[in-house]
Design a protein around this ligand. Structure first.
Ligand SMILES: *[C@@H]1O[C@H](CO)[C@@H](O)[C@H](O)[C@H]1NC(C)=O
Ligand SMILES: *[C@@H]1O[C@H](CO)[C@@H](O)[C@H](O)[C@H]1NC(C)=O
Ligand SMILES: *[C@@H]1O[C@H](CO)[C@@H](O)[C@H](O)[C@H]1NC(C)=O
Ligand SMILES: *[C@@H]1O[C@H](CO)[C@@H](O)[C@H](O)[C@H]1NC(C)=O
Ligand SMILES: *[C@@H]1O[C@H](CO)[C@@H](O)[C@H](O)[C@H]1NC(C)=O
Ligand SMILES: *[C@@H]1O[C@H](CO)[C@@H](O)[C@H](O)[C@H]1NC(C)=O
Ligand SMILES: *[C@@H]1O[C@H](CO)[C@@H](O)[C@H](O)[C@H]1NC(C)=O
Length: 486
């Protein structure tokens, strides 16, 4: 036997590479391996070595299993439901109506039996948090009340939340802690110079919610949000749980991002080998993407790659509804140009004649740089060459009283639908959200005429054709206080 072979077999298994106080092995520490090798050879003798060799295939077996993607169809009876928050007073003359996010959350809490894991940006579920006296905070306050009742009933509640940079209301988190829930703050600023912006729930490793709504009462009644709930779908839930476990790990004091991530964080399901499952009885393919790339253990498709592949895969149309669209590194100093998504949209329109529609939000806090970049993209539309690109601004109107609610009355949703797939995410479409900020998205490919993709397309068209959607240069927009761009 060659020494080299023995050396290979003494390499720590990837699980053992997790930095932990008890085991101070570093994966690259050759000295440790040599010491071990010599120890094995001298103190244990050849017999022990042979035993190790015999054990080796068995030790490796689980690892190999995790690396070959299962090609079977998940047998869970998954039910997928689009859920929305429609700000009070917003009515659509026509189009689909979906269950509310607040009702979906209440149902999920009511159904939780063993565990609830929540990935979140910040928590302001009560009037007290925002120092307001709005009747429309009721739904958020009710959710917090119900969440607090879980731990005393024996349900394990874990909350991963972005570590705040400045003073932020902590009352909800304190109340949850007091109820027996566990809370970990993820210091993304230290880890990636970003924030934890992800918003999802995993209930009993069986049901999931993912979408744009923050743990904020305004996200339930005063901000327009879109998400997806998948019930009775442990295949998908267990995969999203792995994303949560990564945040949970990083929420420990003084943690750093493992490189590589231990084996048990890897996934089989990604862009190349999506999960095969039945959604409402219809065959579909799905996977969960994650950002930034350093938070993608083996097999996990980075969010930007997932998004770009959907744009590149579109043959007929790409409809995008996002709060914010900027081909720049918004939060970098100095700010940098970042055309990854913009390029893909232009290429789709120019090279493949794809119909591109971009519905971006305009509100009192819109970034001024938005306007020139949107005009630039829209300028591609041309009656002679037939490049088919249109950009519109969605403005949520407000009464005087509603306008006084801080940081509300905006279209906050973040999704894309193409002729081939649906993408429901948690990130704004600008550079830092994909390179530094933690986010996640559910990508579903369902070619049937009934299904999530079709429903999402109908939601987009409802909003696009609504009275709240405006041409970039439409006169009168500037008169409303709610949109500061025009
Ligand atoms: C209300 O908010 C304040 C800080 O804004 C906090 O100190 C107090 O504990 C909160 N009260 C409740 C009942 O949550
Ligand atoms: C999930 O499965 C349970 C048990 O089979 C069933 O009672 C429930 O209605 C299902 N939920 C949904 C939303 O389909
Ligand atoms: C991987 O294993 C470690 C150590 O047992 C555990 O703490 C962690 O939660 C596991 N991660 C996942 C995704 O299961
Ligand atoms: C393109 O044609 C439409 C209708 O024919 C017209 O309203 C629009 O102004 C034209 N756009 C440009 C850029 O010429
Ligand atoms: C998205 O972008 C807007 C505008 O820049 C910003 O206010 C918001 O905090 C960002 N993140 C969220 C919560 O979507
Ligand atoms: C969706 O599935 C079809 C086949 O069902 C496949 O041809 C297509 O490439 C898939 N699209 C995406 C975005 O995965
Ligand atoms: C799936 O079924 C539920 C009812 O069980 C329905 O509310 C939902 O709209 C369906 N989803 C899709 C994508 O058809």
């Amino acid at each position: 036997m060659k020494l080299h072979t023995v050396y290979q077999q003494l390499k720590p298994r990837p699980e053992e590479q997790l930095p932990s106080p008890a085991v101070s092995w570093k994966p690259g520490d050759k000295k440790v391996r040599w010491v071990l090798l010599i120890m094995t050879l001298t103190t244990m003798g050849l017999g022990a070595l042979l035993t190790q060799l015999l054990l080796w295939p068995r030790l490796r077996a689980p690892q190999e299993r995790t690396q070959s993607p299962p090609n079977s169809v998940c047998e869970d009876p998954c039910q997928v439901v689009l859920v929305e928050s429609i700000p009070e007073g917003l009515t659509f003359p026509k189009g689909p109506v979906h269950p509310s996010i607040s009702q979906a959350w209440l149902d999920l809490v009511a159904g939780a039996q063993h565990s609830l894991d929540i990935a979140s940006f910040y928590w302001t579920l009560t009037n007290n948090d925002t120092q307001t006296h709005e009747p429309s905070a009721y739904q958020g306050e009710q959710i917090l009340q119900q969440l607090k009742s879980l731990a005393p009933k024996g349900v394990s509640v874990r909350v991963a939340v972005s570590k705040p940079r400045g003073p932020q209301p902590q009352a909800d988190l304190q109340a949850l802690l007091k109820s027996g829930a566990q809370v970990r703050m993820v210091d993304m600023q230290k880890l990636t110079h970003g924030v934890l912006h992800t918003k999802f729930w995993v209930v009993d490793q069986t049901h999931i919610y993912i979408g744009s709504a923050n743990m904020d009462w305004r996200s339930l009644t005063q901000v327009k949000e879109l998400g997806v709930v998948v019930y009775n779908c442990s295949c998908l839930a267990q995969d999203l749980a792995k994303v949560f476990e990564a945040y949970w790990y990083l929420g420990q004091p003084d943690s750093s991002i493992p490189s590589p991530w231990p084996d048990n964080y890897t996934t089989h399901y990604n862009l190349e080998t999506p999960m095969q499952l039945r959604l409402n009885g219809t065959l579909a393919q799905a996977f969960l993407s994650s950002a930034p790339p350093t938070l993608c253990p083996g097999g996990r498709t980075p969010d930007l790659r997932a998004l770009l592949s959907l744009v590149n895969d579109a043959r007929d149309f790409v409809y995008v509804a996002v709060m914010n669209y900027l081909p720049i590194m918004e939060y970098s100093h100095p700010r940098r140009f970042w055309p990854a998504i913009d390029d893909a949209l232009r290429r789709a329109a120019f090279e493949r004649g794809v119909r591109v529609r971009l519905l971006v939000s305009c509100w009192s806090h819109s970034e001024p740089a938005l306007r020139p970049f949107l005009l630039s993209l829209a300028a591609l539309q041309d009656n002679h060459t037939h490049y088919d690109v249109q950009v519109r601004l969605f403005v949520v109107p407000s009464t005087e009283a509603q306008a006084r609610i801080p940081y509300a009355r905006v279209n906050h949703n973040k999704y894309m639908v193409t002729d081939r797939a649906a993408y429901v995410g948690t990130s704004n479409w600008s550079g830092n959200y994909f390179t530094q900020t933690a986010g996640s998205a559910l990508v579903v490919n369902q070619s049937e005429a009934v299904g999530l993709r079709t429903q999402l397309e109908a939601v987009f068209l409802r909003d696009w054709d609504s009275p709240y959607s405006h041409e970039l240069d439409s006169p009168g927009l500037s008169e409303g206080r709610s949109c500061r761009l025009l």
